[in-house]
Ligand binder design. Structure first.
Ligand code: DQA
Length: 149
C-alpha cells in the first residue's frame, strides 16, 4: 500500500529556514526518514512538496480517488501557513474524504496567536504537533494504525 506525505509552502526551505524553530534537517532528510519509516511499516511513501495551494488541492483530490480504490491508505499533511488560512484545503479533504494526519514540526500553540487556528484540524483523523521533523515518523505510524482500525 502507498502513503502520501504532502508538504505545503516554504517547507522546501527546511534546514536553512528559522533553524531555531524548525531544526537543521532538510526536506531531503525528512523524505529519507519517511521512506525508511515506510519500509519498516511496509508502505510505499510518496513524498511531495508544493508552494502552490491549487497544486496541493489537485494532489488531495487525486489521493481521494486512490484511497477509494484501496491503493492509498491516506496522507500525512504539513500544510505550512495554509493551515491557518485555507478554506479550500479543508473543502478538498472533506470533499474526497481523504484520511489525513495533520502535522506541524513546531508546536504552533506556543507561537503567535494566528498559528493557533487550523482550518485542517476539523477534517483531520489525527494531529502531530511539536515533535520536530521526527513527527513525520510518528504521523506515518499513526496513519497506518488508523487505516487498519
Ligand atoms: C508549520 C507551522 C506553520 O505555522 C508554519 O506556517 C509553517 C510550518 C510547522 O511545521 O511547524 O510553515 O506547519
Amino acid at each position: 500500500a502507498r502513503a502520501l506525505v504532502l508538504n505545503g509552502p516554504n517547507l522546501n526551505l527546511l534546514g536553512t529556514r528559522e533553524p531555531d524553530v524548525y531544526g537543521a534537517q532538510t526536506l531531503d532528510d525528512v523524505a529519507a526518514l519517511c521512506r525508511k519509516t515506510g519500509e519498516e511499516l511496509g508502505l510505499d511513501v510518496d513524498f511531495r512538496q508544493s508552494n502552490h495551494e491549487g497544486v496541493l488541492i489537485d494532489w488531495i483530490q487525486e489521493a481521494g480517488t486512490a484511497q477509494a480504490s484501496g491503493e492509498l491508505i491516506g496522507a500525512v499533511f504539513n500544510p505550512g501557513a495554509y493551515t491557518h488560512t485555507s478554506v479550500a484545503l479543508q473543502d478538498a479533504i472533506k470533499g474526497v474524504g481523504l484520511r489525513v494526519i495533520e502535522l506541524h514540526i513546531s508546536n504552533v500553540h506556543t507561537r503567535e496567536a494566528f498559528r493557533h487556528r487550523s482550518f485542517i484540524s476539523p477534517v483531520a483523523a489525527g494531529i502531530v504537533v511539536g515533535f520536530g521533523t521526527q513527527g513525520y515518523a510518528l504521523a506515518l505510524r499513526g496513519l497506518r494504525d488508523l487505516a487498519e482500525r
